[in-house]
Design a binder for this molecule. Sequence first.
Ligand code: FAD
Length: 340
Amino acid sequence: MDTVLLLSCTEPDGSLPRAALEALSAARAAGGPVVAGLLGQRTGPAAAQLAAAGVARVLSAEAEALAEPRYGTDAAAATALARASGATVVVAPALSRLARVAAGVAQRLGGRIDTHVTQLSAEGGLQVTRWYYRQRIEARLSRAERPWVLLVDPGAFPAASPGAAVPAQVEQVPVELGPELQRTRVTGLRAPTSGEQTIRPDARLLFVAGAGWTKKQADGQAHPERAGELILGFLRASGASLGTSKSLTDQAGEGQKVLEFMSHLNQVGQTGSTPRHPRGLSTCCHGEEPHVVGWRFIRERRAVNLDPGCGWARGKADVLYVADAFQVVERLSALLSAKS
Ligand SMILES: Cc1cc2nc3c(=O)[nH]c(=O)nc-3n(C[C@H](O)[C@H](O)[C@H](O)COP(=O)(O)OP(=O)(O)OC[C@H]3O[C@@H](n4cnc5c(N)ncnc54)[C@H](O)[C@@H]3O)c2cc1C
């Protein structure tokens, strides 16, 4: 039986990222005893969360030098935690910070890595599932080599909830984080285009804004400014993550006056992303197959479209509201604001 290390970084306040609690569920599915390894400037709150979720042994690499994500220091800390744990399987959430170092950590450990893991099963030896070729082929893999590092996609597992709490046993793991590992420094953050952060992988709702937002409306005019205000207002009020269609993304690329906070990173679909949110609301988007294929993992789907014959009406959405999205989103934002 494999010993499993749940490896995670901590948030600036020392807590666990939500994706780490999902990775804990994944680690438990591997069937063996689970040890946790935390790296960051502060790890105490995260260790307490893990103890509340029933993880008895927590290894910690806590240092000022781990306040900012950086390949040299993060890889050294993660490798030290994996070695100290003696684990044969390392499960980590595919957060950008950990995804950046995980392959290097596997190399340093003399192990192997698989990424985009969506399921783990302990039946007949450890097996993992992942998708290939833009989510068209699902494969189940096993490996003889150990340690086996597994990056788990956020949204694929339910977050482990507080259960049978155990007393926290935190062991500090010494890590050498000398100046030669700290040559890279974070001097600031620059967000794309308008500076508005619209992609929120942890959001409960995916809000898709399609090309209809920029098309001529009933009065014969296009209203892109109003569309932008409504979309951003809804995102702020709801905390949703913003997705879009290829048509809208391409308009921006061709220099047309469109919604300037949209980039190709928001595009959902065959040539875009396949996000994992529990719910999705599509607006002003036709719901064509190359777009909807990116909704594969969205469990509850609703759409707002003026056209009762749009793609969403053909079995692609649970509910289609045949309505003007400008009116619907304005009303929704007003209701959300009143509630908060
Ligand atoms: C190889 C290939 C790959 C592709 N990959 C992708 C991909 O990854 N992602 C993707 O999205 N597309 C992809 N496409 C394009 C896809 O086929 C569609 O062309 C695209 O998704 C259409 O975008 P849309 O629905 O936003 O725009 P449109 O097709 O222009 O639809 C706009 C919709 O808005 C509605 N509307 C307008 N005004 C309102 C209003 N006031 N209220 C409510 N509804 C309104 C209209 O009724 C219409 O249904 C791909 C195509 C190909 C050929």
